[in-house]
Design a protein around this ligand. Structure first.
Ligand SMILES: Nc1ncnc2c1ncn2[C@@H]1O[C@H](COP(=O)(O)OP(=O)(O)OP(=O)(O)O)[C@@H](O)[C@H]1O
Length: 627
């Protein structure tokens, strides 16, 4: 068992590709990529809120540019203090510079706060814009995309990271802007003090920059190396804390195993983490030592300039402060670049997802379907799931007359659910066509078709809403919502479920929220049936609508469906063949093909697969009947 876990541990997370790219990319490649990226994010910010973006950029640029004013004011203070004369006179001479310095520091502080405020306003708007766009696009994507692992992985990744990424990128763009403005201001001030100082500064900063990049890269190596183990730990943590697994963790006495695995991985990660931290510390120490050498070179140069009288003492003092400030700015810039690049890759991932979602948008022909959908024809339909080797449907043809009840039966995996989804317009066939009153599914208005269809799905969703909302969902605008709700609830047996709930139909059906409750499998199924009936649609598709129901409710529901079927078309999928015998026609599927069709009597007379299944089920009941 443990070996299995080790195997899973080493599996790459889909986004590790991006982490690896970061680790493999050189510093200068990052430098080239970043301006484009910052431009993209700032454009997005601009389209989200012009005022906040302008305030953020303007205030940051001016605040950082004031660093230069502060340095020149410092120089003026030194000059005042170093003139010949008594102390009061020197202080007086330094006062204008000191005032300018104080004013520049105060203004810079205020501007920075203003920039923070603008950023605080802008970030959530940006995050919302990005997430809203993603959710808006993804909910319009064709259903089959959700069976495609690659799309699903990217979607999952973006769901986790897109909002946070754009938030980080905005900060990075602004930090970078601040670094550029701050460095330009310092460089300007240094050049005014003495032209040789700027090249010397660059020399001194190189070791610190190297140390920052090396340390960042080691950090990413650590992230890559242990993301498999971290993900595994996350999974184990979820298994130990989630409601869905809580019962089995206890009944299968899984606690020692899960805890043991979690601890083993945790120790493994911690040890390796420490080893990397040691290497980072070494790199940083080496960088600091080299930076100290670089600084010593600058100071030696400054001393030489002073000694030879080519630089006044005040300018040398200011230069020392400026050089320290510049080293800080450049060190910060290298870190921002590394961080920015990584986030940039995730942002690109989000842009790719949006592009793919646009491309896979459900196609919509726009032709209104007939009001009662009329005759539905399935013609030579083939459908293969993404990545599957065999088609799930292979040349299926059938006709469903308006108002008919047809049943699809067959072994597990024979293609019944897939065919029902094709008929409901949820999957587009690879070849062949489905027509509704002569209108091809490729030309039909999909919203119109959905409005005329109700699907009681095999794996229906247990919406974490109230019981009423669970039934009326998607059709809140029904003209007779109250009456229709009563009818659907009573026909499906859901009304009996409400009677036992503390707040009746208004009870929240999710125990993980305060005041919420859980239903049994059969009670949920009644709600799902009520949802289908409430839709009041001319085509009702029922995929195993009674799988979890007791015999009495099952019988009642089939009766309801038959009553409901008056002037409506019903496609019924069930393994309970006793309920199928009343269908107008029965289609038997096998390996994605229709192999038998006819009424119950015709199929029994045929003595094929259907007759065999039916006799098996009937004999099982006969065997138990003496009890
Ligand atoms: N999302 C999917 N991705 C890949 N293959 C799928 C997917 N869903 C179903 N299949 C495959 O398609 C075939 C038909 O599946 P389908 O669900 O239509 O069968 P079914 O007759 O409804 O089965 P059951 O009686 O068990 O509900 C099966 O071989 C199944 O493994």
């Amino acid at each position: 068992m443990s070996d299995d876990l080790h195997e899973i541990e080493t599996e790459a997370r889909p986004w590790e590709a991006y982490d690896s790219t970061v680790a493999a990319t050189g510093f200068f490649a990052m430098l080239r990529y970043l301006p484009r990226l910052c431009g993209q994010v700032l454009r997005l910010a601009w389209s989200t809120s012009r005022v906040d973006t302008a305030a953020l950029i303007g205030l940051t640029a001016v605040a950082e540019a004031l660093t230069g004013v502060g340095l020149l004011a410092t120089n003026s203070v030194f000059e005042g203090l170093l003139i010949d004369g008594p102390s009061p006179e020197r202080v007086r001479a330094a006062l204008p510079g000191l005032t300018l310095l104080v004013v520049s520091v105060v203004i810079r502080g205020v501007l920075r706060q203003g920039a923070h405020w603008a950023q605080a306003r802008l970030s959530p708007q940006l995050q919302r814009a990005v997430e809203t766009r993603m959710l808006g696009l993804v909910t319009q994507v064709e259903l089959v995309a959700f069976d495609d692992g690659t799309f699903h992985d990217r979607l999952h990744r973006c769901r986790q990271r897109a909002g946070g990424t754009v938030y980080s990128l905005l900060r990075i763009a602004v930090d970078l802007l601040g670094c550029v403005a701050g460095f330009a201001a310092i460089a300007g001030a240094l050049t005014v003090l003495h032209p040789i100082l700027l090249p010397l500064l660059v020399l001194a900063v190189i070791p610190s920059a190297w140390a920052a990049v090396r340390s960042a890269r080691l950090y990413y190596q650590m992230v890559i190396g242990f993301s498999g183990a971290n993900r595994r730990m996350e999974t184990l943590g979820d298994l130990m804390t989630e409601r869905s697994s809580a019962a089995e963790v206890r009944s299968y006495t899984m606690r020692p195993f899960l805890l043991g695995e979690w601890e083993r991985l945790s120790r493994h990660v911690q040890a390796a983490d420490l080893a990397i931290e040691k290497r980072r510390a070494t790199a940083q120490a080496a960088g600091s030592a080299l930076a100290a050498v670089g600084t010593a070179v600058i100071f030696a140069a400054l001393g030489l300039l002073l000694y030879t009288g080519r630089m006044p003492l005040a300018a040398a003092g200011t230069a020392v402060i400026a050089i320290r400030a510049a080293i800080n700015v450049l060190t910060q810039a290298t870190q921002v670049i590394n961080y920015g690049y990584e986030n940039g890759l995730f942002y690109q991932d989000y842009l790719d997802l949006c592009a793919e979602a646009e491309q896979r948008r459900m196609r919509d022909g726009g032709v209104e379907p007939p009001a009662d959908l009329d005759r539905i024809s399935v013609r030579d339909v083939t459908f293969t799931y993404p990545g599957a080797e065999e088609p799930a449907l292979n040349g299926v043809s059938l006709e469903i007359a308006s108002g008919e009840i047809i049943a699809l039966v067959g072994e597990n995996g024979s293609g019944k659910t897939t065919l029902a989804k094709v008929i409901a317009g949820l999957y587009e066939p690879a070849s062949g066509d489905v027509t509704y009153g002569g209108v091809s599914a490729r030309l039909i208005d999909l919203d119109g078709l959905r409005g005329h269809t109700a699907v009681i799905a095999q794996n229906f969703t247990r919406w974490p809403f109230t019981a009423r909302q669970n039934i009326t969902i998607g059709r809140f605008d029904h003209p007779d919502a109250v009456g229709q709700f009563e009818r659907a609830a009573s026909a499906s047996g859901a009304a009996e479920v409400f009677a036992r709930l503390s707040k009746g139909a208004e009870t929240l059906l999710d125990p993980s929220y305060k005041g919420g409750t859980e239903l049994s499998g059969g009670q949920w199924q009644r709600i799902a049936v009520a949802r289908g009936l409430f839709r009041d649609a001319p085509l009702l598709i029922c995929d195993e609508p009674t799988a979890s129901l007791d015999a009495k409710t099952e019988h009642a529901i089939f009766e309801s469906i038959r009553r409901h079927a008056v002037q409506r078309t019903v496609v019924l999928i069930t393994h309970r063949l006793a309920s199928v015998r009343y269908a107008d026609r029965i289609f038997v599927l096998d390996g994605g093909r229709v192999v038998e069709q006819g009424t119950h009597a015709e199929l029994m007379a045929l003595a094929g697969i259907y007759a065999q299944f039916y006799s098996l089920q009937a004999s099982a009941y006969q065997e138990v009947s003496p009890l």
